[in-house]
Design a protein around this ligand. Sequence first.
Ligand code: NAD
Length: 501
Amino acid sequence: MTTTSVRLLHNYVAGRWVPAAAATGELDVTNPGTGEVLARVPLSGRADLDAAVQAARGALAEWRAVSVIARARLLFDLRARLVARSEDLARSVAVEMGKTIGDARAEVARMIELVEAACAVPTTMQGRILEDVSRGIDAETVRQPVGVCAAIVPFNFPAMVPFWFLPFAIACGNTFVLKPSEQVPLTQQIALEEIDALELPAGVVNLVNGGREIVSGILEHPDIDAVSFVGSAPVAKIVYEGAAKAGKRVQALGGAKNHMVVMPDAVVEPTVEGIIGSAFGAAGQRCMAGSVVVTVGDAHQQLLDPLVAATRELTVGGALLESTDVGPVISCAARDRVADWIQRGVDGGATAVLDGRGAGEGLEPGGAYLGPTILDGVDPEMEIAQEEVFGPVLCVIHAATLDEAIEIVNASRFGNGASIFTESASAVRRYRHQVQAGMVGVNIGVAAPVAFFPFSGWKDSFLGDLHAHGPDAVEFYTRKKTVTSRYFSSGQGSGSYFVER
Ligand code: NAD
């Protein structure tokens, strides 16, 4: 369903909104709840990327000359502007991505929190100094910007994930090129409108819409110094390898398969609530979504009925309705792919104690609806227990002991999040010590760190060494320079420092 009256999005280059001059095509941006075409996004070409990179390169000297305190103040201004636009941003997230309006508001709150964390740059960017590393010689390390930094982002957090990078990159004196997900490019148009209103030199922040061609262009462009990527594991690998080959600094956050271990002493009601929020929030399309519950011992019997009963109560529907618990998935193609996963799980021997296929009946016919699904009796060897499904599907695996549960969790090639539900400190101690995942939740279903801590996935969920946000962001977006100095006329004694008594 395409009409000519639908707006074609522009890129933002050198402080101006410009049409993609070298576009190789266009795509519809659709509301996944209705199928309505919201806009068209250009598949920009290399020349469009090059214009943005040249603008970013050209702005580096002017931007670096702005004091770090003035840079932080611009971010304070950005924060205020985003707060004022937060409901517009949240509605945009809900409409183009499909997560519920409540969830979208929480995403925008986290987006703003990331700007707040970046405002601390006059403190976080400080270096270190040590006097007298040798007689009369001092050593100091200062942090300087890396240069032009690019970010390539996924569809599932249209507001937040670009802000894992943008505010920290520019706070540290870098300039920035963003490639939004072509499936959800609208929310960043709002964010960039607010950036455009700042007293920011032209070219500090640029946005280029597009797909794979722009990703390849970013990897190959000689004037891009650092690349941040968030998306699926296969593409993370392409980006990590490509950027490293070109000698760029790179961090690549990939897919996930997150486990939630439930011990027999877990408090049932909040545990059920935590599991449901994790597995079915954003229709299971979070990289921190818990998609496998591992029950230990009697936990299976205690948990399953209340879990199924509470999940059955969830309302599937349009993202903007306050009554909706589970919105659509990103597209009808994604819905069909997830439905196929459910069928493969059932064919493989799992029992669908709740089957969400068909939940779209009676809802908008063009919508990509799929209800929450719980598959019990899943074997850890099954493909559905190992691969990322990225939809509202929860697998339940039974383990006899905590050790067996930890073994199941650690067999995964992913290592983003892992939660445990228990009141036992010793079980928690063992779990957090042994589990091979970079973000651990204790009685928390979605253990996504706040902006002031790193988003620290492991294994195939993260390629690189410096994570997104938290202290790692300043590490990633600065180069260290260590200066060793002495002055021949300064003398070497400490005579006047300690007064003789
Ligand atoms: P995706 O990998 O399909 O797309 C991510 C970005 O890469 C997009 O901007 C897209 O244009 C580009 N891209 C897609 N295919 C490409 C290719 N073959 N070559 C070059 N570029 C390509 O991911 P998605 O479907 O948009 O997002 C969902 C995925 O992101 C899930 O796997 C989810 O787990 C992951 N994710 C991970 C994290 C994390 O922190 N680890 C956070 C959010 C999302």
